[in-house]
Each structure stands twice: as C-alpha cells, then as structure tokens.
Design a protein around this ligand. Structure first.
Ligand SMILES: Cc1cc2nc3c(=O)[nH]c(=O)nc-3n(C[C@H](O)[C@H](O)[C@H](O)COP(=O)(O)OP(=O)(O)OC[C@H]3O[C@@H](n4cnc5c(N)ncnc54)[C@H](O)[C@@H]3O)c2cc1C
Length: 366
C-alpha cells in the first residue's frame, strides 16, 4: 500500500486549498478531503472583496502581508486573482480606518472627493460624505482562484467525508473517512461549518457561530464600465449602514450584500426563513437608491451558511490539539493564502503564530 501523505487537510474551501498549496510550496505532501465540490461551501460564487481596512491594526498588517502572497501566486499560476480597481469605503468610519491603514504603511490608501469617487466607482449615485480609496484592494476572482489551486493540487484533493480524527498517542493523527482509515504526521481542519463538529472529537468546544447569509447579483445597464471599484458602504446615506459589493470579471455584473446574517439554531435550521427574503428585498431597494446604473432586478442569488467568531465579524483564530489544527473565522477569502502559509508552517511542526492563537482574538476592534 502507498505511504499516506504527510498532512491531512479537511475541507477544500479556499482555506484548505491554500493550506495544501502552501504545504506543496515547501515540499510537504497533503491529502485534501472534501465531502462536496471544492470551493462550493462558504467559498462559493464569483467575486469577493479584498480590502485592507479593518479595525484591528494587527489584522491590517496580516492582510497587507496576504496581498503580497496573492500577487506571488497570481504570477506563478499565470492568472489575475485580484482586480486592479481598488475598494472605496464610505461613511463615518472612514477617518479612523484611514488612520490605521496609513499607520500600517505600505498600503496605497487615501481620501477621495466626489469627482474621483465617480471616476473610480461610476455605478454609485451622488455621494458627498467621507470616502477613501484602497488602491491595493480589489475584487477577488474567486472561481479562478479555486480552479487554479485545485488544478495545481490535482489528485491530492479527494472526494471523501471525514467523520472523525484523533491523535493516536504515538505522534500521528488518525483520520477516519467514509472510505478510509489513515495516519498522518498532522492534520489541518478547514471545514467551515463542519470544523466545530470535528473539534469536539478531541474535546475542544470552539465558539464558532453559524448563520445564513444572502448576496445578490445585478446586471449593469448598458456598456460595462472599464474600471469599477468594490464598495464598502457604512454611510447610511442610501438607507443601509453595512453594505459590501464587488464586480464580476468583465464588470457587467455587480454582487451586493448586506453584512447582516440570519440566525441559525443549534440543529442547523434557520430561525426565521422570511428574514433571508427580507434581506434580499433590502439589498434590491439599496441598489435602486445607491447604484442607479444597475438593474434592480437580481440576476443571481447566493444563499450561503457563514461562520464567524464572537469577537469580530473579521475575527480569525486557530486552535491546536496534539498535531491537529482547527482554523475558523469570517471574511477569510482574502486572508486564505496568508493563513494557508501560517497553517502549513504550524502543520510542519513550526510554532503557530501568536496572533492566530484564540487568546489573541485577532480582528477584535482596538
Ligand atoms: C456571500 C458571501 C460573501 C462573502 N464576502 C467576502 C468578502 O467580500 N471577502 C472575504 O474575504 N470573505 C468573504 N466571505 C467569507 C469567505 O468567503 C469565507 O470566509 C471563506 O470562503 C471560508 O472559506 P473556508 O475554506 O474556511 O470554508 P468553506 O469554503 O466553507 O470550506 C469548507 C469545506 O469543507 C468541506 N467539509 C466540511 N466538513 C467536511 C468533512 N467532515 N469532510 C470533508 N469535507 C468537509 C465543505 O464541504 C467545504 O467545501 C463571504 C462569504 C459569503 C458566503
């Protein structure tokens, strides 16, 4: 029988794929277990926002480092993974966030007036409040990223569900899957909604919250603009304070979501299914007010489970138990290559970065 790879990675969402790719960069073999289709969990759908703006300076720095990894991998994989059109942020948090970004250094970010805003974000209605442009941010080409990474990993990604895993007591980790029983030097669990369940196998109770989320996609009326930035609107000027939006490749479609999510019970059921439809209606109404160049009739819905940590909607943490690592958080797409490298290092017996330990509460506003 063939020798098992060195590391088991559970979950082929963006975090698991990046972790396995980062292991391969360092010559370490991995098997990536995926019960469904790679990139179809929380990583599903086209486009995510890559923004540097966070309320924790440590997370700004982590994100800045992550941007460099995206660029390195884009060069190596020969694909555009993040658009070059930046992210505009609107509203009263702008001055505070700008200060954190400027203090971090190395990020091209500045305030913009209404003319510059129109040039960079031509879909937006007239707006005269505080605004900044994160020129090094952009729209993540999510499907291209998932495809390139999955192709690069090839047969290392297997369709198989992990039911349980545990340390054997002699320096290895045993993984029991639908069709297998294998031992590895270490394991990294990046199973999204399934992470807390697997952590219970080793006696860890992770404070992962799950919720349901909806994001809508709208068609641009007329010819698509040549340049269009992502949007983070906290202004309330158009009736909502937590809106994010990102263009699709080619700029003919624009995805818009409210940051709010809908509560889910312990058994996984949605508390109020009507609340998801209400969020969709609010997003459409927002589009009518704020983004008049979009047809307000959605052309696509993305209903999705999301996980988060209690201290911040951008919180990230990694739990360790005897050679098994459990990664959790929200808004992880942009962080995945940098996080993947950190997880790969820890899986190869390096010390886990202090900022990623749960006690560090990375992402907590400061
Ligand atoms: C609509 C929407 C918009 C978002 N916007 C942004 C954004 O703008 N910017 C940003 O950075 N982030 C954003 N996020 C968040 C980001 O997409 C997620 O944080 C990220 O994709 C999580 O990736 P993951 O690999 O951790 O989890 P997932 O993608 O959920 O992957 C986990 C995988 O594990 C598999 N799995 C689970 N249990 C098992 C098991 N027992 N055995 C084998 N496989 C298993 C699942 O099938 C799944 O494929 C958004 C999310 C959504 C839904």
């Amino acid at each position: 029988m063939d020798r098992a790879p060195d590391v088991a990675v559970i979950g082929a969402g963006i975090v698991g794929l990046c972790t396995a790719y980062a292991l391969a960069e360092r010559g370490t073999t991995a098997r990536v277990y995926e019960s469904g289709v790679p990139g179809h969990g929380q990583s599903g759908g086209e486009s995510r926002v890559f923004r540097h703006a966070h309320d924790d300076p440590r997370l700004v720095e982590f994100t800045r480092q992550g941007r460099a990894v995206w660029d390195e991998w884009a060069d190596r994989l020969g694909a555009e993974l993040i658009s070059r059109d930046g992210v505009v942020a609107l509203g009263s948090p702008v001055p505070g966030r700008l200060r954190i970004l400027q203090d971090a250094g190395g990020i091209r970010v500045r305030t913009v007036d209404s003319d510059e805003l129109q040039a960079g974000m031509p879909l937006l209605a007239e707006y005269r409040g505080p605004a900044m442009l994160d020129e090094d941010g952009g729209a993540i080409r999510t499907r291209v990223a998932v495809q390139c990474l999955a192709d690069a990993l090839g047969d290392s990604v297997v369709t198989d569900e992990v039911l349980s895993l545990r340390p054997t007591g002699h320096g290895t980790v045993e993984v029991l899957s639908t069709v297998g029983r294998e031992e590895y030097a270490s394991a990294v669990v990046c199973a999204g909604l399934g992470t807390a369940r697997l952590a219970r196998n080793v006696g860890l109770s992770l404070p992962i919250r799950s919720a349901a989320h909806v994001r809508l996609t709208f068609q641009v009326r007329g010819a698509p603009p040549e340049r269009v930035a992502c949007l983070q609107d906290s202004s309330g000027d158009f009736g909502e304070v937590g809106v994010y939006a990102a263009p699709y490749p080619g700029n003919s479609r624009y995805a818009v979501g409210l940051s709010q999510a809908v509560e889910v019970r312990e058994d996984g059921s949605v508390v109020d299914p009507g609340a998801l439809a209400a969020l969709s209606d609010r997003a459409s109404a927002y589009v009518s007010r704020a983004l008049p160049r979009l047809d307000p009739e959605p052309v696509e819905y993305l209903h999705c489970w999301v996980t988060s940590l209690p201290w911040s909607e951008d919180g990230i943490a990694v739990w360790e138990a005897d050679r098994i690592l459990f990664a959790a958080g929200h808004n992880l797409f942009k962080q995945a290559p940098r996080l993947g490298r950190a997880l790969a290092g820890a899986a190869m017996a390096e010390k886990l970065e202090e900022n990623l330990r749960p006690s560090a509460t990375l992402g907590r506003p400061r």
